[in-house]
Design a protein. Structure first.
Length: 262
């Protein structure tokens, strides 16, 4: 764990760095949820709206409320959303500005390990969801190397430059997710892992996009340029492209879902 804040304030940069990954994992996650159409959703920690738009496109919601503490991310989310179904509010996960029992479903997409007190975030989701409604989340399996750009992170740590971790990294563990849901009094709890793959045009694109990750860029800025260049060449030699020069990478997330007692 690190006391350095990992902030996502640039919606466009987040879209290139993480938005693609979010949609890949989000599609599998929604296939697993199998939600009814026409629900009222709250997307907690919606960021730049990448997952919010998947809800709108795939689930025909009656309404989506996206909340996030970053004005920059919310501005991007508002700009990308054209259907008029989603609304976006600056708020934190531990104090949602909505009354109890308002929504049919609450979701956290790639967020719970950033919530300072994850249990409080889960209890807030439960509070704003009606009896019988759904509370769910998915998060990169940080502790077991499931993050996108894991090769860069591991390479930095191997040469003595540890990368900041999310403040509540333990919440990404699948057993801890189940425990958080159970402690919140949610029922019919299920968990699963999600494997996703993304290709980059070439190594140069992979390297450039990896350095957009705030935790990686924070570390890179503290390094001698020669050390960073050496790591770049080491990774280039070990990450073999396919026949077209593309670099294929994988990531793994843990997912959980449960129901508010009726």
């Amino acid at each position: 764990m690190s006391d350095q804040a990992i902030r996502f304030d640039d919606g466009a940069a987040y879209e290139e760095m993480m938005g693609v990954w979010s949609r890949l994992a989000g599609d599998i996650f929604l296939d697993w949820l199998k939600p009814d159409l026409g629900l009222r959703w709250i997307d907690v920690g919606c960021g730049n709206g990448a997952f919010t738009e998947r809800l709108v496109e795939r689930c025909a919601p009656a309404e989506v409320e996206g909340v996030d503490p970053s004005d920059g991310q919310l501005a991007y989310a508002r700009g990308r959303h054209k259907a008029g179904i989603a609304h976006f509010t600056n708020a934190g996960a531990m104090e949602l500005p909505f009354p109890a029992n308002l929504f049919d479903a609450a979701v956290m997409a790639l967020v719970i390990f950033f919530v300072p007190v994850p249990a409080k975030g889960v209890s807030e989701m439960r509070r704003v969801v009606r009896p019988g409604g759904s509370v769910s989340a998915y998060a990169w399996d940080v502790l077991d190397g499931g993050l996108p750009h894991q090769n860069v992170r591991a390479g930095l740590e191997a040469i003595g430059h540890p990368v900041p971790m999310p403040p509540s990294v333990e919440a990404s563990n699948i057993d801890n997710l189940r425990r958080l849901w159970a402690d919140a009094g949610l029922l019919n709890i299920e968990t699963r892992t999600i494997e996703v793959h993304r290709s980059y045009t070439d190594f140069e694109e992979y390297w450039r996009v990896s350095l957009m990750a705030p935790s990686i860029s924070q570390t890179a800025k503290t390094m001698p340029p020669s050390s960073l260049a050496q790591l770049r060449e080491t990774l280039r030699s070990t990450m073999q492209p396919d026949a077209t020069g593309r670099i294929l990478c994988s990531a793994r997330a843990n997912a959980v879902k449960g129901r508010v007692p009726s």
